[in-house]
Design a protein around this ligand. Structure first.
Ligand code: MG
Length: 299
């Protein structure tokens, strides 16, 4: 099951995406059919969702009681347009990416022994089809990073690796847009990754029930159709159970939290000469079974 936030007739709503049929089923109508109040947004939906609700939703969809919208008639937003907290990010979590950034100005020379955590402001996050602003007055080194994002489904602290999957709601794609000169200038990554529109997210959330665990998915980023990044999430240095267990030691994870798991080799910074984004570039981030997220860099 795929969950989306979308705009239809200038109204923002949450819905179920039927990928094959290319349709959106408004959750508001589904909740009306089961005689419950519809959560106001994706954050609220995640916090009340459980297996029973999934069965109820599935049976309503099968019964054809609810009218679908043609997916071409909606504008997809980031599935969580207003994350409640900053995104939790991992740096250098693919070996080939850790190597490509070795020795570069601002890069360290080591492969991490422990996860590198940092955070990114993504409120609001932008969706599929949206423009990434260039911020040309302060940077000409804007880079792309395709990443698998984990959406946490329930609050938890001191989570064991073996129970990590229980705390996941689903997965989406985040393009961790980064202004490299600003990352370097400030000696840490927070500001260079937190500028307006620097968090394209989507196109929707794939519920965990459709993603086999452990999560081994092809992950690709193309710029103007040229493949720049091409890997598989099985190559994460610190895998998903490790990340959830380690992060949650003494630090509560909350429903709706978003953890982005790092990017593989092939970012613009890894090329000689660099391949940063140019005006009008089209960036497509793809993850198997999750979908495809496409954005244009401001002209
Ligand atoms: Mg990143």
């Amino acid at each position: 099951m795929y969950f989306a936030t979308y705009e239809y007739k200038s109204d923002q709503a949450i819905g179920i995406v039927l990928k094959e049929e290319k349709q959106m089923i408004p959750l508001r109508d589904i909740f009306q059919a089961i005689d419950r109040n519809c959560p106001a947004n994706m954050n609220e939906f995640i916090s009340v969702f459980d297996d029973n609700m999934m069965e109820e939703i599935q049976s309503i969809i099968k019964s054809n009681k609810v009218e679908a919208i043609d997916i071409n008639d909606v504008k997809l937003c980031a599935p969580i347009p207003y994350p409640k907290r900053n995104l939790i990010c991992l740096g250098k979590n693919y070996l080939d990416h850790a190597k490509e950034t070795q020795g570069l100005p601002g890069g360290t020379t080591e492969i991490p022994k422990y996860p590198i955590y940092f955070s990114k402001i993504a409120n609001p996050a932008v969706g599929d089809g949206d423009i990434i602003l260039s911020h040309r007055n302060i940077t000409e080194m804007v880079d792309y990073e395709v990443e698998l994002a984990i959406i946490i489904g329930k609050d938890g602290i001191n989570i064991e690796k073996e129970e990590a999957e229980d705390y996941i709601f689903g997965y989406t794609i985040v393009n961790d847009i980064s202004a490299r000169n600003i990352q370097r200038k400030h000696g840490q990554w927070f500001k260079g990754k937190s500028m307006e529109t620097f968090c394209p997210m989507g196109p929707y959330i794939a519920h965990k029930s459709i993603i086999p665990f452990p999560v081994e998915l092809d992950i690709i980023c193309k710029v103007n159709q040229e493949i720049r990044q091409n890997s598989n999430t099985k190559k994460l240095i610190f895998d998903i159970p490790y990340i959830i267990s380690d992060l949650s030691k003494g630090m509560k994870l909350k429903a709706g939290d978003i953890i982005i798991t790092g990017t593989p080799a092939g970012v613009g910074l890894g090329f000689k000469p660099f391949k940063f984004l140019n005006p009008g570039d089209i960036i497509e981030c793809y993850i198997e079974k999750v979908g495809s997220l496409t954005n244009t860099f401001e002209m």
